[in-house]
Structures are given as structure tokens and as C-alpha cells.
Design a protein around this ligand. Structure first.
Ligand SMILES: O=C(O)C[C@H]1NC(=O)NC1=O
Length: 240
């Protein structure tokens, strides 16, 4: 099978980190590549960034449909463009927040999310409500997405915040609220002694499992192909 993991921001170093996390769990029979759009925000830390990332995501989905991609992962914790992507894709499309929250719900009574900027906490709560997940709290380490690789204290700060979150929320699982934290899961789990879910790995395995089960996005109603219409201006270049 052919999985495509889409980093919705345009930072190649993050795409490489995401690819590493996805490859580490993909099966031997799975062809996998990780891509990012050539247009869009360098990182996604606001509703504005998220909105501007969606045309690039949809461009990558439309390209994947011509290249025989069987399933997609949207590797940004806000799950940007997820519903629109499902209208374009024939196979499954899995968001890393959705996957991480569902995985965490299988591992404990309640989970906490540790994310980057405080302003993104509302989006995480909104997604947990949509997904019906037992999220007991969302905590921000206030490290900008593109600083995660530069800040020497990032592991210590995430561990400290995770410890506080587990105590204050009385939760028993942690979810990493950024694709850029994918490489921290094992170390944070070892430090805190609880399961720590990396949404990139979880989404990759969910996508792979759905294809293995022969399941695909339903085209019956809401996720049917978009109704044909004219798109004007620059969007004409990025629409199907
Ligand atoms: O919302 C966040 O902070 C994390 C989100 N932003 C990003 O560029 N990739 C992400 O996973």
C-alpha cells in the first residue's frame, strides 16, 4: 500500500522529523512518503495559519489521487482541512489529533494534551469535543513550533509540564500536541511512567490499518466529491 503523510506547514526539517516517526511504525509492505506543500505558513500556530495551510493540503491530496496514494495522514495537531481532504480522497484521511486522542482513550480513563502555544489550546479542546475524547486538560509549554528543535530545554520543559498536567487533571495518559514533538514521546514516557501518544505514529498506523481492512472514506453523502463549480482567482490553480 501507499501512504502519504502531509506536513501542512512548509518547514522541510519538520517534514523530515514527521517522516522518521511515520516510517518507524509503517509495515514492511507499506510504501510511505512525507511531503509538505510548497505554499503556506512555515508553522501553524493560529486559526489564520491553519486557514492558509488548507489550499496546500488539498493540493497534496489532489496530487496523491493521481499517484495512487491509498491513505493520507494530516500531520498537524489542529487537523487542518481534514473534512475537505476527505471529500477529495478516495482512501482514508487521518488527522494526528484525531488519531492520538482515540489512541489515548484506549489506554486510560482520561488524557492530557501537552502542546506548544497557549493560544492553540482552544482548538485542541474543540477537537476533543468533536471526537468525543476523554480529554481532561490542555497545557502549553509556550515553545513556538519552530523553536522545538532549537530549545535545549524542550524535553525537560515538556516532562515538567506533563507531570503537572497528569497531577492537576488526574489523567493517566499524555498526548503530544504537536507533530514537531514526535521524537519526544519515548523519552517523556520513560520520565513519567505513563503512555505518551505521538499522533504521527498513531495516525500512520490507523491509516495503514484501515487500508488493510479494505476500508475507505464513505462517498455516500457528506464526504462525496465536491459539487463541480467555477473557482476564480488564484484558487483556480489549486482546485480540482
Ligand atoms: O498547533 C500546534 O502548535 C502544532 C501544529 N503546528 C504545526 O506547524 N504543526 C503542528 O503539529
Amino acid at each position: 500500500m501507499f501512504l502519504r503523510v502531509i506536513n501542512p506547514n512548509t518547514t522541510a526539517a519538520m517534514t523530515a522529523k514527521i517522516e522518521e516517526s511515520a516510517r518507524a511504525v509503517a509495515g514492511p509492505g507499506t510504501r510511505l512518503d512525507a511531503v509538505n506543500p510548497s505554499m503556506g505558513p512555515a508553522s501553524i500556530e493560529s486559526h489564520y495559519d491553519e486557514a492558509l495551510s488548507v489550499p496546500g493540503i488539498l493540493t497534496e491530496i489532489a496530487r496523491g489521487e493521481t499517484e495512487g496514494v491509498d491513505a493520507y495522514v494530516i500531520a498537524c495537531f489542529g487537523d487542518p482541512g481534514l473534512d475537505a481532504a476527505r471529500e477529495l480522497a478516495h482512501g482514508p484521511v487521518v488527522g494526528i489529533a484525531e488519531a492520538a486522542m482515540h489512541a489515548a482513550a484506549l489506554l486510560g480513563r482520561g488524557f492530557s494534551v501537552v502542546t506548544t502555544l497557549d493560544r492553540t489550546r482552544g482548538r485542541a479542546h474543540e477537537l476533543a469535543t468533536r471526537y468525543g475524547s476523554p480529554c481532561r486538560g490542555v497545557h502549553a509549554c509556550d515553545i513556538p513550533v519552530l523553536e522545538l528543535d532549537k530549545d535545549p530545554d524542550v524535553l525537560d520543559r515538556v516532562v515538567a509540564l506533563g507531570r503537572t498536567a497528569l497531577h492537576d487533571d488526574d489523567s493517566d495518559v499524555l498526548v503530544l500536541g504537536c507533530a514537531g514533538m514526535a521524537d519526544l514521546a519515548e523519552k517523556v514516557s520513560a520520565a513519567l511512567g505513563v503512555p505518551v501518544v505521538d499522533g504521527v505514529a498513531a495516525a500512520t498506523l490507523f491509516a495503514q490499518s484501515l487500508v488493510t481492512l479494505g476500508l475507505r472514506t464513505s462517498a455516500r453523502s457528506e464526504y462525496a466529491q465536491p459539487p463541480p463549480k467555477a473557482y476564480t482567482g488564484i484558487l483556480r490553480r489549486f482546485t480540482v
